[in-house]
Structure formats: C-alpha cells, structure tokens
Design a protein around this ligand. Sequence first.
Ligand SMILES: Cc1ncc(COP(=O)(O)O)c(C=O)c1O
Length: 468
Amino acid sequence: MALHSSTSRSTDLEEQAISDTADSLVTPLPNAKFPAGSRPALTTFNLLKQELLLDGNSKQNLATFCQTYESPQVEELMALAVDKNLIDKDEYPQTAEIERRCISMMADLWNAPNDAVGCSTIGSSEAAMLGGLAAKWRWRDSRKAAGKSFDRPNMVCGSVQVCWKKFARYWDIELREVEMTAGELCMSPERMLEQVDENTIVVVPTLGVTYHGLYEDVNAISEALDELQHRKGLDVPIHVDAASGGFLAPFCAPGLAKWDFRLPRVKSINTSGHKFGLAPLGVGWVLWRESSDLPEGLVFHVSYLGGDMPTFQINFSRPAGQIISQYYDFVRLGRDGYKAIHGASYSNAQYVARELEKLGLFDLINDGNPAEGIPTVVWTLRSGIELGFNLYDLAERLRMRGWQVPAYPFTGELADKAFQRILVKRDFSREMADLLLIDIRNAITHFESHPIKTSLSAAEAASCNHLG
Ligand SMILES: Cc1ncc(COP(=O)(O)O)c(C=O)c1O
C-alpha cells in the first residue's frame, strides 16, 4: 500500500475553496458602489448564475418575437466570433464579406432590382431609424431643390411598434398614426390617404403588426399612393417595417399580394434577423431598393483592405457573431428549411387557436393563418359572457406556471379592451402547446371556484407586450 503524507497542496486549495464558499454565502454581491477588491472567480460566477434563475424562462416566453433557441453550431460560431468587432472591416475582411453575402441574399429574397444596397443593424429599431432617416433626407433634398419649405416633415403609419415613435421624436418628425377601429385593425388605404400631404416623408405599413401580427396591405397602400400621385403630383415613398414578416412571407405566403421591392414605390425594408430570421439576438437589416435611395450624405467610410468601405449605422463597434450566424442559417436552411421550420410554427399556432376556440370563451383575432400574418395567436374575451376574470387576471395566473403570455389594450377605439397574444416560434412544440392549453383550462377552472373580487387593470398588469 502506498504511503501518503497527511498534508498536501491540494488540501490547502480545498480549504481555501471552502473558506471562499463560506464567505460568499454570507456576503451579498456588491450592488451599488464600485467594488474595491476582487472576488474569487468561481464563487462569483456561481452567485451570478443563481441570481439569473430569477429571470423568466425564455422557453416559456411567448411574449417575445425574438428567437429563444439556437443550434449548437450557432452557439459555437458565436463563441468563435466573441472577440471580433464588426466595424473592423480591415482586420476581419471575411466577416465583412459574409455581411455582404447576407445583404445580397435578402435583396434576392425581396425581389430587389440589381442595384440594391443595405446594412446590418443591432435590430429592427436601428434599421427603422436608418430607413426613416434616408426618407427624411430624400424628402428634404427634393423640397430644397424645388425651393419649398422643409421644416415640418411628417410620417404616416398604422399602429406601429415604439421604434417608430422614437424615430419621430428623436428626429423631429410628426407621427401621424392611423389608429385601430373595431372594424379596421390595420391601416386602410383610405384612412392613410387622409393623413398624407406634401410634407409626408414616408408611409410605413407593417408586415406583421406588433399588436396582433396581421399583415398590412402594402400593395393596396402603394396603389392608393400611385393614384394620389396621378391626381395631385405627390410622390410619397413607402418603407415597409417587415421586422417579423420579412422572413415569413417569402417562404410561407407565396400568394400574398406584392409587399416588397416588386413595388417600385417601396424604397426600403427593415427586418429583424433575430426574429424569424432565426439568428441569435442582436441583428437587424435594412435594404434600399437602389443605391440612389440612400442619400450619399448619410454614408460614412471606414478602411477596408487598404481601400474604403461605405457604412451607414448609428453605433460604431458591434459584435460580429450574429452576422456570421445569420449567414450560417441562410446557407444551412435555404428557402426549403425556413419554409419547413416556420410552417411547423404556423401549424402549432393554428392548433392552439382551434383549441382555444373550443372553449367557447374567446374570439380569435389572429388564428395563425400564414396568408394573413405571422405565427401568432391573438384573442379577446367574447363579449356578452360574464366570466368573473379578465385577460390580465389570466396572464397573471399563467405567470405562476412560468408562461409569459401578455394581455394589453390595442389602440384607438380599442384602447379600452384587452387582448392576449402568443408568438409561436421554432422551440414551441406541439408538446409545449398542449401543456400551455392545460394551464389555460386549469386557470379558468380555478377562477370558477375562486372568483376574482377585483380584476387587474391594464396598468397594474405588468405586461411584456413588446410594444414599448
Ligand atoms: C413591427 C416591429 N417593428 C420593429 C420592432 C423592433 O424590433 P427590434 O426588437 O429588432 O428592435 C418590432 C419588435 O417587436 C416589431 O414588431
């Protein structure tokens, strides 16, 4: 038998580890003042990891439009790129080339003529800002050239996501929002035209309205603007907010009326790579139909392989992994792969919609039809039935089981009514759908035996509705 000494270096290390652990158990992490000293790596990591358990579980986050699943290959690509800065085109020319390929593929997907230009962004919000800015500059330049005033720009849109309200406020533009009515959840060409005048820099229809996921009719809006030009000579461009629909309609709704660069009036389109583009969080895209649609004055130049690379973005430094992963998704999946994955999400959305309908308590606003919108289910309580709970109560009850299913009001005439929505994404399986439905049924049974005395209001219900 081997003889061992009773003291060893490893014992010293273990004792140190035990004492570190004991210290960390009774010492909270600093949370206000910048810490003076350092802390052991492992215990600090474990404490932080524990704290993060208090976050919602992303797999049950049916509120977000963003992806909550990434493949092991994408995780590896993200790790490989963790030290790459996207703006360093000279240092990382291959990443710059990959970004170029993505733009070229999206130009093809959205039927752009040959001269399209575009760039990546951190998400659709930055992409919307860039698309809107280009529209403002084009409008200002043409007003200047015609010797007309250019101090009161406005934009016309339906019920938009908050990024457009930010754009309008930050860049001093009047936002003319066509709000919802009971019969019109989307911006109609008629009501859009009522808002348009010579100071309108752009009309923004949304392909997948954040409130209910339905597609606004870009083709009809474009035709109405053609007709306006014919009558009054006003040439008003369109920017399509395709944050969600840009990576859905081309694959799952081939019969949808034209919404992309097939319409000459569509000058720019934004989308979120991290939504139905299936890329990890932190990538959006904006494309212009032709290089002349992006005013040269907005473009800055960075060095690239001893040459020059034009850029248009608000940030300078940005992570590169999302772009590389986006390219991986494009070439790994192709049109067939996107169609199959999103097709499964639509099928699961329709299944949930059918099951909810069977309960006889809800009216469906969006039942997951790919020809009408994104894979979403949106419902409201059927009027005329007294249930003893509202959708804010139901959202809170589902939260007890970890589900994040927001309830929130719409706009205009519908601002007093509650709606509830789930986004169906790649990792929401039929199995998960059944589990959610069981919890919805159980919640309703619970409310029957424990009626709510005072229901929650929209303001009280902390709702993660992604509207802003
Ligand atoms: C229609 C629409 N536009 C823009 C955005 C903002 O997108 P991002 O989160 O990528 O900035 C969203 C987000 O949900 C959206 O639904």
